[in-house]
Design a protein around this ligand. Structure first.
Ligand SMILES: *Cc1c(COP(=O)(O)O)cnc(C)c1O
Length: 474
């Protein structure tokens, strides 16, 4: 398996997995995508039914990371997905709410959000790849909450890796803040920025634009544009389909609460690999850029001023970084066509596909969509609790609300649970009049000692801090 950039780079010399793993963006600003999707035959899929998660992970990831010897990959997967980290040996259990309606529980990892599935694997892969290359790496990232804690927990204490994570000072939930700032590991650096999440992201971009500085400190990224994260997420669409299907080969629909388009892109990739997924139901919150696209063909990312702060905050995204990978498929994997659309996006602020062959391809990919509001998610949390006794988090509620709107009795619907309710207590209190339960490991989290450095929202200040505290590239 080799990788190319969505915008044309590497097409003359496609890159192996371990090369794109440590790269951020491609040199042309595009994203790494597989040269072609590996295919699973019906027989190969059936053979994976009922097999342990780690075994399915090796079968799927082995196709994407075929430059890692199988025995090494087995070790990586075994260390990433342990019973201890994921609260049980199923790793991603399927919970049937009623016949034909299920939750896929991908949020049982160490930070209680689905991002742990990808980042726990990434932590192992980075350590492996850096040791092989005799290199070190400085991870520079920005977070509004879930990605930062998931990345820090996955990278804490790892050899050769330092993490500098920017977060908007005082703007995360107390739980999210404590998850990050209470980590005692010396390789984890929390930088609280006196500004918004957008300021944090702009600073990261500005520092990454300085190629010499970037090289001097071997700066890398864990953001959702890392292609290995997508590969990791394909695995649970395979296990989820095999667990929910009514018969071998019978189709399944998935509903996915979406922000940066990373999670649902993995479902799309699984479908392209031959997994019998019929519909992909994309749910947004009030930030409904993607819903607008799938209804109308018009893609119009919003600016910070038009991005609402909602009660499903991990979906408060108006520019979905992974969407480029999907459009690449829609334009027939033609990098020139893709690059032209992104130039149009830059100059006009939008593009429209309706009426073009690309739009037929989008329709043919099985996507439908819808949006959910604060009132919808509160009502859904209540309804799910009273019907089934389950407490779901606000993001999962958005997915359930939109998924159930598109439900078809002929095909099982699996809603992806993207976080546990413990992370979002205020909305649960509003819906149910009580606090959500929390796993024992998180008792007293907010009262643990916290550690962070406050910096002004200027890239120069962060640069100076990095120069003083990051180790030089080895
Ligand atoms: C990140 C996140 C999402 C959005 O997922 P994308 O891959 O960015 O579409 C949804 N829900 C939760 C809880 C998240 O942390």
């Amino acid at each position: 398996m080799r990788y190319v950039s969505t915008r044309g780079a590497w097409h003359d010399r496609p890159q192996p997995f371990l090369a794109i793993l440590l790269e951020g963006l491609a040199p042309d600003g595009g994203l790494a995508v597989p040269f072609s999707y590996p295919a699973f035959s019906a027989g190969e899929l059936d053979a994976l039914a009922g097999r342990p998660y780690r075994e399915v992970a090796c079968a799927v990831l082995g196709r994407y990371a075929d430059d890692i010897p199988p025995a090494d990959l087995e070790g990586i997967v075994a260390r990433a997905y342990t019973e201890e980290k994921f609260g049980g040996d199923a790793i991603v259990p399927l919970r049937e709410l009623e016949p034909g309606l299920a939750l896929l529980r991908v949020s049982n990892g160490p930070t209680l959000a689905f991002k742990d599935i990808a980042l726990q694997l990434l932590g192992e892969l980075f350590e492996y790849a850096l040791a092989r290359a005799g290199r070190t790496m400085t991870i520079l990232g920005a977070t509004s909450g879930d990605t930062g804690s998931s990345a820090e927990v996955a990278m804490r204490g790892r050899r050769g890796i330092d993490v500098f994570m920017l977060s908007p000072k005082g703007r995360m939930s107390p739980f999210q803040q404590a998850q990050m700032y209470s980590l005692p590991d010396p390789n984890i650096h929390n930088l609280a920025i006196e500004g918004t999440f957008d300021d944090c992201q702009d600073i990261v971009k500005a520092i990454n634009a300085d190629a010499a500085f970037k090289a001097r400190h071997a700066i890398g990224a864990v953001n959702s544009s890392n292609g290995a994260r997508i590969a990791a997420q394909i695995v649970y669409y395979v296990t989820g389909t095999l667990a929910a299907r009514r018969a071998p080969g019978a189709p399944v629909d998935f509903a996915v609460p979406s922000g940066n388009f990373g999670n649902i892109l993995a479902a799309h990739a699984a479908k392209r690999m031959g997994v019998p997924i019929r519909r992909l139901v994309l749910a947004t919150n009030e930030n409904d850029v993607l819903d607008e696209f799938f209804r109308t063909g018009r893609y119009r990312p919003r600016g910070a001023a038009e991005t609402h702060a909602t009660s499903s905050p991990s979906m408060d995204i108006s520019k979905a970084s992974n969407f480029e990978r999907f459009v690449y498929d829609a334009v027939g994997r033609d990098p020139a066509r893709l690059a032209a659309l992104w130039r149009e996006l830059e100059s006009r602020g939008e593009f429209a596909l309706a009426g073009s062959p690309a739009w037929d391809a989008v329709r043919g990919a099985g996507f439908v969509s819808g949006r959910s509001t604060h009132a919808d998610r509160v009502a859904t949390i209540r309804a799910i609790h009273s019907r089934y006794g389950d407490v779901v988090d606000p993001h999962t509620a958005d997915g359930l609300k939109v998924g159930i709107e598109h439900r078809d009795p002929a095909v099982p619907l699996v809603c992806v649970e993207t976080a546990l309710p413990a992370k979002f207590a205020a909305t649960i209190r509003e819906a149910l009049g009580r606090d959500p339960g929390r796993p024992a490991a998180f008792e007293g989290l907010e009262s643990r000692p916290q550690r962070c450095v406050t910096l002004p929202a200027r890239s120069g200040a962060v640069r100076d801090y990095l120069a003083a505290h990051a180790r030089p590239a080895a």
